[in-house]
Every structure is written in C-alpha cells, then in structure tokens.
Design a protein around this ligand. Structure first.
Ligand SMILES: [Fe+2]
Length: 396
C-alpha cells in the first residue's frame, strides 16, 4: 500500500480528464449530475440501473439531485444482472413514452451496459442484434438516433463507463452478444469512489480482478498499440497495489479511488483487444448465469498456461513493471496464485457449481466469441474445451 508512485491524500485524488472521454473523478462528484445533464442539453433523463440497486442511497440521491434542479427524471430498473434483449426493448419503450432526451446509465456492468444499449436503440429502426460487433454492422445504426449518455459506475471492474460496447444476452440463442457503436462511449463519466465504498468484499475482489484481466489480456493481445500497452501496465500495478486493501477495508477511499481509475484504464486498454479468458467467460456467463468477473478470475491461470509460449516475454515484463520479485513467467504465476488466494477466489470452476458436461459446446462458443481474436495465439474449439475442462478440474 505504501507505494511511492501513488498519491494517498484523498484531496489530491481528484481530476477532470478528457480521454478516452470526459471523466469527472473524485469523491463527492455525484453532486455534479444536474450540471452535467444541463451541459449536455438533457432536461428529462431516463435513469437506467439494474434491479439489484434500486433503494440504494446513491440511486435515490441521483434522482433527488436532478429533481432539486427542477428537471424531471424517470427510473428504469427492469434490468437483469445479465441484461437481455427484452430488457432493452422495454427500456426503449419507456424512453419513448416518457419523451426523454438522454440516458443516465448507473451501475456495474449490468446498469451501464443496459443504459448504453437503451440510448443506442432509442432512435433506431434495426433490431439490436443487427448491431452485433461483427464487421461493420455498426454502420447500420443511425447516429442521430443515439441518445447522449452519462455513465456513473458503481463497481470498479467492467470499465463499461469508458467502453464503446454493451454486452447483451440474446435469451433465445443463449448467447451474450457484443453490441458495438463508437457513440456508445458515454459523453461524461461521473466517477465517484464514495458510491463504491459499500460494495461487498467478494464483489470488490471479482470485479477488481476483471479489471486486472482487461489490462492483462489487452497487454498480451497481438498488434502494435503502445498507448493501450502503457495504460494496461499502470492499471495492473494499481490493482496489485490497491485491490487487497479495497477488499479488506471497503471504506478506504484512497484504495477505492485508485481502483475506480484502474477499472477505467482496463476498458481503455482493451480497445486493443481481449483474449481467451474473456472468450471462455462470455459463453459460461450466458450458459450458467455466473458472475463475469468471478469467471474470469478463476479462468485466468488456465488460459495463461495455454498461451505460455507466446506470452512468456510479455508476462516477464508485466512482472517487472508491477513489482513482482521473480520477474519470470513462473514468478508471475506464483504471485497470481497468492493474489487469488488473498482475494478468496476459488481455484476451480467446480467450486462454483460448473461441470465439464457441456465442454464441447463451450469450446465452440469460445472459439466463435469476438474476444478470441485478441488471444495471442489462435486456439481451436477443442483447445478452448480443454482449457475449460482443466479450469473445472483444477489441472494447470
Ligand atoms: Fe471483463
């Protein structure tokens, strides 16, 4: 925790940044919500969050703040933890019926992704599935029909507040689909670490490791992208330094601040690409309704060993940059095992009730997942199936 590279005074942990979008970062910044709405010409926002967050103080506070400025606001919370196409359709209907002029997406991945998707679909004639992230499908969308988005993250992991995609479950096909459009990038992010301070330890750990894996997969993804690589390395260092403290002492706002920024850094970096961990976590999330961050956290070492040949040098460099004593692939893996244990992450998928029964199907779905294209080596469906079985059984 006492890292000379990090500021620790909470007063200093404030900033107004403009990349990858406008970010207002710091404790208490939620109070700026009415000003931000007005700055974007929003007078009647639809506030989208997931069902689990209704009744939380910060949701009520967001509504009060807007009403206190004489604006109207409607709360839409009919959003599952893995938001579905139907959730989005209903939200769009509420948006149209209420003649709203912008979306406040508030939540972890679910609330943020749903809010962004509702904003995207608020003025389209296509089905949401026509805008799946394949080829140049996004060109089908009418940019004039996309509502402005304000994002307020309530966890530190998904990074969806600075992402240009939403992950939406196609219930009919049991597939999580990535919906992409450059204008899904929120216009303004209000990053207020006080909102995250009540997040339970297990969710703090799982979401924080998701952010770590965004950085790691982006850093190992093929292609020349030093901007993403630099952000990824510093993101991992912050998470290594501050996640254990955020988990054991959720009220430490210094730790929460660093984690909140690191989460946005992960999603900024993964514009470069993700990889095999996410390629497996997406189908598993769709088939077993398991927590995305937790799935990634469990899968990580099993995918790293499969990719070893291609990433040994890169992982050694990660170890150097984030301050691991033994700066080799094996040194990194030993540290990772300790880090996961410290954060109470199960060793195997079996421990969260997932069996290897559907391994062939999972392997095929992982192979087809858009994240697979960022894996450092091309893995076959059979190889994904094998990594999945190893993660069920704990074979490294
Ligand atoms: Fe993720």
């Amino acid at each position: 925790m006492e890292n000379p590279l990090d500021l620790t005074s909470i007063d200093a942990l404030q900033g107004n940044w403009n990349y990858p979008t406008t970010i207002r970062m710091g404790c208490g910044r939620l109070n700026e919500l009415p000003f931000v709405c007005k700055s974007l010409g929003i007078r009647n926002p639809l506030l989208v969050t997931d069902a689990g967050l209704v009744g939380m103080t910060f949701v009520e506070r967001a509504v009060e703040l807007i009403k206190a400025e004489g604006m109207s606001v409607t709360l839409f919370s009919d959003v599952k933890s893995n938001p579905t196409g139907e959730n989005i359709e209903q939200g769009v209907q509420v948006y149209k019926n209420g003649e709203h002029d912008g979306v406040i997406a508030l939540g972890g991945g679910s609330g943020l992704d749903a809010g962004k998707a509702i904003a995207l679909m608020s003025g389209q004639t296509h089905s949401i599935w026509d805008l799946e992230d394949i080829g140049s499908n996004w060109l089908r969308a009418d940019p004039a029909g996309i509502a402005p988005i304000i994002a307020i993250p309530t966890t530190s992991g998904t990074g969806s507040e600075v992402g240009r995609a939403s992950v939406i479950l196609d219930e009919g096909a049991h597939v999580k689909k990535i919906i992409f459009h450059p204008s899904l990038m929120p216009k303004v992010v209000l990053a207020d670490p006080e909102i995250v301070s009540g997040l339970p330890a297990n969710l703090t750990a799982a979401t924080g490791l998701d952010a770590f894996i965004h950085c790691l997969e982006a850093y190992c993804a093929p292609g020349y992208h030093p901007l993403a690589d630099g952000i990824a390395l510093e993101g991992m260092r912050l998470i290594k330094t501050w996640l254990p403290e955020a988990v054991s002492n959720g009220n430490n706002l210094t730790a929460r601040s660093h984690m909140m920024v690191a989460s946005s850094m992960g999603a900024t970096a993964f514009q470069k690409g993700l990889g095999g961990v996410h390629a497996l976590a997406h189908p598993l999330g769709a088939l077993y309704d398991a927590h995305h961050g937790l799935l990634n956290a469990i899968l990580l070492p099993y995918v790293l060993v499969r990719n070893r040949e291609a990433i040994e040098g890169r992982i050694a460099h990660v170890a150097t940059c984030i301050g691991i004593k033994e700066t080799t692939f094996d040194g990194f893996m030993a540290w990772l095992a300790h880090f996961r244990e410290q954060l109470n992450i199960p060793d195997t998928l079996a421990e969260i009730g997932i069996t290897a029964e559907d391994s062939e199907k999972v392997g095929r779905m992982a192979f087809d997942d858009p994240s697979a294209s960022g894996n450092p080596i091309e893995l076959s469906a059979e190889e994904y199936a094998l990594s999945f079985r190893n993660a069920v059984d704990g074979i490294l």
